[in-house]
Structure formats: structure tokens, C-alpha cells
Design a binder for this molecule. Structure first.
Ligand code: ZN
Length: 415
């Protein structure tokens, strides 16, 4: 066995084992804390709601375990199992080997197979788990419609992008990774710019916030924070799920704050104002830009590594492939990288949690921190978020600070 096969297998096994171990810890921690509402939330969240959240989060984590195992099995089947080599030969029957059409066909077939394997999990998440806890509002028809739209959009944007990347890899010599990176950054900027106005509306309706009682308070807040009020929208999130949320998205003139209709209907005006102030914090502290810059730095490093790897014959043979090529290199790398970038996950999560704390501090400055606490407690309860995540699981995966830490920080700002 080639040493690189061993490196890859070891990394895949370690990353998979770490994921399973974190899930097990998480499930046990939640179960161990199921019988009592944490002291910080006593009197604010009922025991019944706390137990529902525990059962919901355990159910999600258990489904995640099977998904993790399946993903590892699929990676092994594609590489050592000869799946990629087989697909490459199959595509050669229709397209000239090594040509752009062959490369695109190979990438598309891998994406289609991976999506097909993910489909049952997605169905279970929506129609079994979300439905069992009363969150799902999606019909099978809407599910299929979303899938068709997503696939069409993926093909429309993805296939030209793949073509450009393959062309640059073939034509721009030793520094192809730099040219591909520049195209990738440009594509990400373009995508972030068109997402709010052209892509998100394909899936949801966005309308201006109508509530007149709220309007003047909110406009005063937006003016104070320097955000144009035309950028505030309510989204019909209720057509898919009863989970409530709010987010800040987009770049330049396209940037907007989106409130789910489920959130607007649940929160009192001062609570909504505090949530809005939090989202304005993300805007004011340039979090979208910072996240994109960090992501671009990581992709530059990854592309450089790929540039080095794809010139080695063993990169292909050690991973079960006997016909090298640029498209094959991209696919192999996309299967290899997650086992290694898994180590970056805690850093990415930490970075995101720091941004959440920053946005909370901003909200405490421009609105009432006590109202934000009330809003968050309602959201935790409505969304059945766990109040007792395993600390290590949380450090690895959570983009938002665990509930007790976030509330404690806000209360210290409020005092
Ligand atoms: Zn936030």
C-alpha cells in the first residue's frame, strides 16, 4: 500500500471517529441534563419545553451519526472502491478522454450520485424529525420543487464555473492555482451580491416590514446605525418551517437584513428592535467581508496544496484512480480535503462566535440588552435549541455561543 493511501485512510478514519465521538458526548450531555431546566433559565423555560428540546437535539444528533458513517463509506467507495475510475471510464464512452466535456460530465456525475445518497437523509430530517417535533410546514411538493430549483441553479452557475476552472488549470501553467483563486474570489463576490436580490427570491417572498407601530422605532434605530431602511425585509419562512430566525446578508447596495415572518409574529416590538440591533451589529462590524476574507485565504492555501498534489502520479494511484486529469484532481481533492479541514472547524466556529458576541455588544449599545435576552429565550424555546450542549461539541460546531454563555454576557452588559 502506498504511504499516501495510508495518510488518507488515517485522516478519514480519525475525522470520522472524532465526529462520532463528539456526537456521542453531545447526546450523553443532553440526556444527563434532561431532567432539570438549567438554573439561569428556571422560571423562563418550562421543564416540558426543555425536555422537548433535549429529545429534538438527540434525534438530530442520532441521524447525524448515520450520515457521518454514510459519508465516510461513500468516500471509500468512490476512491479505493474504484467508483471514480469506473465513472471516468463510463464518461469516456460519450466524451473524448481528458477533454472539457469529459471533465464536466465526471464532476456532474459525482455531484448527482452524492446528492442522491444525501436525499433519504434530507427526507428523514424534514418529514420525520422536523415533523415529529411540530416544526415542518413543508409539503412533499414544495420539497421536490426546491430540489428541482436548486439543481437547475446549481447547473446554471456551477457548470460554467467548472468549465472556466478546468480551462484555467489547463492553460495557465504552473500558477493556475492563483488564476483559479482569483476567479473563485470574483465568483464569490458576485454570488454574495446577487444572492439577496436574484437567488433568495426564487425560494422565498421578501416584503418590507409593514407594522406601522414598529416602523418609526425601527427607522430611528436604522438611522442611528447608518443603515438604509430600504434594506429591511420580512421573509415567508413559515412556508417551510416554524423555526424563527433573522440574518444579515449581501454586499454593497444589495445588503439587507431579513427577519423571518415566524420571528416577527412571536416577538414584541422592543424585542424585535433588539434583534434588529444585533443584525445591524453584523453590518456595522463588517462581518460579511471579514468572513469572506478568511474563507478566501483558506481557499488560496487549499488550491496551492492541490497544485502541488495534482502533479504527482501517486496522488491518483494511491486513491484508486488510474486515469489522472484536472477534473479528477478536483474531485479527489474535494473528497480528501474535508478530513483535514475538519481540524479548522473549531477555529471557524470560534471566529463566528466572536462575531456573535460583537453583534450582541453592539445591540446592547443601540438597543436594550434585556430585550435581546427576552427575545433569545423565546427563540431558544420556540426553536427547541438545547440549553445544555456538550461544551466540546459546541466548541467544534456551534456558530453561535451556547445559550447560557450568551445570556450571561448580555446580562453583564445590561447591568
Ligand atoms: Zn448574529
Amino acid at each position: 500500500m502506498h504511504w499516501f493511501s495510508l495518510v488518507f485512510l488515517a485522516a478519514l478514519a480519525l475525522a470520522t471517529a472524532a465526529r462520532l465521538w463528539l456526537s456521542r458526548r453531545h447526546i450523553r450531555h443532553i440526556a444527563a441534563n434532561r431532567d432539570a431546566v438549567p438554573a439561569e433559565f428556571a422560571g423562563r423555560i418550562s421543564l416540558a419545553a426543555h425536555q422537548k428540546a433535549a429529545d429534538y437535539n438527540v434525534a438530530k444528533a442520532r441521524a447525524g451519526v448515520i450520515e457521518t458513517l454514510m459519508a465516510a463509506a461513500l468516500t471509500v467507495a468512490f476512491t479505493f472502491g474504484g467508483g471514480l475510475q469506473f465513472l471516468s471510464e463510463l464518461c469516456q464512452r460519450a466524451f473524448q478522454a481528458g477533454g472539457y466535456a469529459h471533465g464536466i460530465a465526471l464532476i456532474v456525475s459525482v455531484v448527482v450520485i452524492s446528492s442522491a445518497v444525501d436525499l433519504p437523509f434530507s427526507l428523514v430530517r424534514t418529514f420525520v424529525i422536523e415533523a415529529r417535533f411540530g416544526f415542518n410546514r413543508m409539503s412533499l411538493r414544495l420539497f421536490v420543487l426546491d430540489m428541482v430549483k436548486g439543481a437547475a441553479l446549481g447547473a446554471l452557475l456551477g457548470i460554467p464555473l467548472v468549465f472556466v476552472v478546468l480551462w484555467l488549470m489547463a492553460r495557465t501553467g504552473d500558477f493556475w492555482w492563483l488564476t483559479v483563486w482569483l476567479v473563485w474570489v470574483a465568483f464569490s463576490l458576485l454570488f454574495a451580491t446577487i444572492y439577496p436580490t436574484f437567488i433568495a427570491p426564487l425560494f422565498n417572498k421578501f416584503s418590507p416590514l409593514e407594522d406601522s407601530g414598529l416602523r418609526s422605532r425601527i427607522e430611528a434605530l436604522l438611522a442611528k446605525c447608518g443603515f438604509r431602511s430600504r434594506g429591511l425585509f420580512v421573509m415567508d419562512g413559515s412556508k417551510r418551517s416554524s423555526h424563527g430566525n433573522a440574518y444579515f446578508t449581501g454586499l454593497g447596495a444589495a445588503k439587507r437584513i431579513v427577519l423571518f415572518d415566524t420571528l416577527v409574529s412571536r416577538l414584541a416590538p422592543p424585542e424585535l428592535e433588539a434583534v434588529l440591533a444585533h443584525e445591524l451589529g453584523h453590518f456595522s462590524r463588517h462581518h460579511v467581508w471579514k468572513r469572506m476574507a478568511a474563507g478566501s485565504a483558506v481557499s488560496l492555501a487549499l488550491l496551492w496544496v492541490l497544485g502541488w498534489l495534482m502533479a504527482k502520479e501517486w496522488f491518483y494511484t494511491a486513491l484508486g484512480v488510474s486515469s489522472p486529469g484536472t477534473a479528477m484532481a478536483l474531485i479527489l481533492f474535494s473528497m480528501l480535503a474535508p478530513s483535514f479541514t475538519f481540524l479548522l472547524q473549531p477555529l471557524a466556529s470560534l471566529y463566528s462566535r466572536l462575531h456573535e458576541f460583537e453583534a450582541d455588544a453592539y445591540a446592547a449599545q443601540y438597543a436594550d440588552a434585556g430585550e435581546l435576552v427576552r427575545a433569545l429565550v423565546k427563540l431558544y424555546e420556540d426553536n427547541a435549541a438545547t440549553l445544555t450542549p456538550d461544551p466540546l461539541h459546541s466548541a467544534f460546531y456551534d456558530s453561535h455561543p451556547p445559550a447560557p454563555a450568551r445570556i450571561a454576557r448580555l446580562q453583564s452588559l445590561h447591568a
